[in-house]
Design a protein around this ligand. Sequence first.
Ligand code: CP
Length: 312
Amino acid sequence: MKHLLSAQDLTRESAIGLLDTALEFSAVAARSVPKLPTLRGVTMVNLFFEDSTRTRLSFEAAAKRLSADVMTFQAHGSSVSKGESLKDTAQTVEAMGADIIVVRHGMEGAARELAHSGWVNTPVINAGDGVGAHPTQALLDAATLRNHLMPEPRGSGLEGLSISIVGDIMHSRVARSNVFLLNTLGASVTVVGPDTLMPPEAAGWPCENLRDLDEAIAGNPDAIMMLRVQKERIDPEQLGGMDRYSARYGLTEARANALPQHTIVMHPGPMNREVEIASVVADSSRSVILDQVKNGVSVRMAALYEVWGDHS
Ligand code: CP
């Protein structure tokens, strides 16, 4: 795998390979010195044109656990404010010694363009491009689902599992990447949300489409993944107001109690507490939200290991 750009580029075999590698790496975190020499002498650059907490920090942690050197670029405070382009920024960091570039950008397709334009010769990992893709998020979600719900995670897909993804599907690269990856791994996926937050192309995705959250809950999903309402991209009037949205699509305590006991609650973060998810549910024993964060580090170690291994 020269680059990691989209969950749709992953075959079942390559996805399971990445998840198994991540499982091996997760054991490193438990050591007194959680470090391997695997990427010693390699420099990973985080090229972040959009804000991030989890993805940026976990790529940093992943690279450091593999003994790579890390440089972080954030558009805010950089020469992007003077009009510098993605191409010039990427070539600048490559000239400073970048061996692997991890990019987050607001424009859909930016990571693929960087990988295939010939601007740089490094492997590129997509850390989120507009509403396009967020493949490492989907992989860490799959890792979390395997660990919690599959009797023997190593080597397994997600056959037999049903997963509901709820909320702002329209603006979510997490939803897009998860629908395709979870389907590739054998799970049944349902997307749930109001018409105003459901992109027309969802009708052609390999998943069921629902408008009613209570109907999805009555289907006894094994996992329910709540999505952040991307308030910065939505006029609340479109939703009839946030209170109305929460009443129809929020995972309240009553709705969580209607789920089967084994059902896990997921959220990619950052959360709007009391909008798409009640605090009491986010902090409950069935919530695996912090496990998702923890699995993000080992999945990103696996992604760095794979792209570097195929490049060098
Ligand atoms: N889930 C996710 O991508 O979070 P950040 O925006 O904090 O990286």
